[in-house]
Structures are given as structure tokens and as C-alpha cells.
Design a protein. Structure first.
Length: 231
């Protein structure tokens, strides 16, 4: 005492080496031992989630672990597609050197495994974030946005690329601390409103008039000629 659900869960899971944190070890695949590093969180209802890294690269995992006999765990890897992402771990036994060992099986094969808590606390979450963000960052930079602003957009959108693009296109110089960013809105302000109205009076739309003037350095005659050449 005092008895509580959290304390009971930790005691029970700890006796079976089900501890949230970083795990390291190996698993056999096609006759070869694959080194793996896992960062796992075990929930009160047996749910498991986290990140991992092995010879195949970085991946996220979800699944469930059973803390009563027969002890087993099933996880789904994000990087194995077409039904080959499930790995079931069974036959848990405590190792004299620490951790647990047993066998695993799945669509990709089967073999033994040995996992134990890591002696360091190097988290995989940051690596996962960087690996996921890199192609998104490159795509945004290719659109002409500055790297620092792109990172800010991805933070604001929680990694959603479409929302990040929307956030970037809505920014104006007075809405960000990252300096002057040229946008269509600031470019439009650079043309003469008188020239815009002159072209609009000829039956063209406001947006087309501004586009023509921007392409022709706000020269009215050149802009009109461009308009008729691109109708």
C-alpha cells in the first residue's frame, strides 16, 4: 500500500521485462542476425507503440503485448508493405544476461530474438522526425521558401505537407520573424494601380492585368501587347 493501478501495472510488467524505453538486440532473418534498436511505450491495456531502426532503416511500430501466460507480442512495422509488416514474438524467457529471448515469426520469415534494455537513452524519435522531414523540406525549398521558414511551417502543421504549404502561402513579412519573403501579394503591390485599372477597363480581369504588368516591369504598353498575345 498504497495500492494504485499505475503502481500495480509497473510491478507486473517489470517482472516480465516489459519496460517502456529503449531496447537493443538482435533477431534472426534468413540465417543472419539483424541488429535492432527499439524505442517502445507500453500502455495499460497492453498496446505498444514506438520507433525502431535496423538494417532496413528507420520505422515506426504499433501493436500489443500480452503480460499473462503465454507471453507474446505482435507488432506492425511501418516500412514493410503488402502484408509483410507483422512480426509475432513468442516463447518469452528471461535471459541470464538481462532482457528476454524467444522466437518470432511473420510473412517475411521466422527465427530467434534477444532484446534487452539499452544502457544509453539515445532516442529514435528525433531521428524519425528528421528522416520523415527531409523529403518534405526539400520539396518546400524547391518552391523557393527559405529553410528556416520551411521548418517553421512543418512544425506548425505537425508534419502535414499540404498544411505546411498552405501556411507558407499565407505568410506575409509582418506575420513572420524570418525576414522579408517575396510572395504574390507583395509582387502585386509593386505595379501601378492606374495601369491595372486601364487594362481592366479593356475587359480583362484584375488578376490577369497584374500578371501582365509584373511580367513587363509595369510598362502599360508592353503589358497590353502581352495580354493580346496570350489570350
Amino acid at each position: 500500500p498504497p495500492y494504485n493501478a499505475k503502481g500495480f501495472f509497473y510491478l507486473k510488467m517489470a517482472t516480465r521485462n516489459y519496460q517502456s524505453g529503449v531496447w537493443v538486440g538482435t533477431y534472426a532473418l534468413s540465417g543472419k542476425q539483424k541488429e535492432v534498436r527499439l524505442e517502445l511505450q507500453f500502455g495499460y491495456n497492453g498496446q505498444v507503440q514506438g520507433n525502431g531502426q535496423d538494417d532496413f532503416g528507420l520505422f515506426s511500430v504499433t501493436g500489443e503485448a500480452k503480460s499473462t501466460p503465454p507471453y507474446n507480442a505482435k507488432i506492425l512495422r511501418s516500412d514493410f508493405a503488402q502484408g509483410g509488416n507483422e512480426m509475432e514474438f513468442t516463447g518469452f524467457r528471461e535471459s541470464a544476461s538481462g532482457g528476454i529471448f524467444g522466437t518470432w515469426k511473420g510473412p517475411l520469415g521466422s527465427g530467434d530474438f534477444h532484446f534487452k534494455p539499452a544502457t544509453d537513452s539515445d532516442p529514435l524519435a528525433k531521428r524519425m522526425k528528421e528522416a520523415t522531414r527531409k523529403p518534405q523540406l526539400e520539396q518546400l525549398e524547391a518552391m523557393g521558401f527559405e529553410t528556416e521558414l520551411c521548418n517553421k511551417a512543418l512544425d506548425e502543421s505537425k508534419g502535414d505537407l499540404a498544411q505546411a504549404i498552405d501556411w507558407l502561402t499565407r505568410q506575409t513579412p509582418d506575420q513572420t520573424d524570418f525576414g522579408q519573403v517575396e510572395t504574390p501579394a507583395t509582387q502585386s503591390d509593386a505595379v501601378s494601380e492606374t495601369n491595372v485599372q486601364s487594362i481592366v477597363a479593356m475587359g480583362f480581369t484584375d488578376s490577369k492585368a497584374r500578371e501582365a504588368l509584373r511580367k513587363n516591369d509595369d510598362n502599360l504598353e508592353d503589358a497590353i501587347e502581352w495580354m493580346f498575345s496570350n489570350v
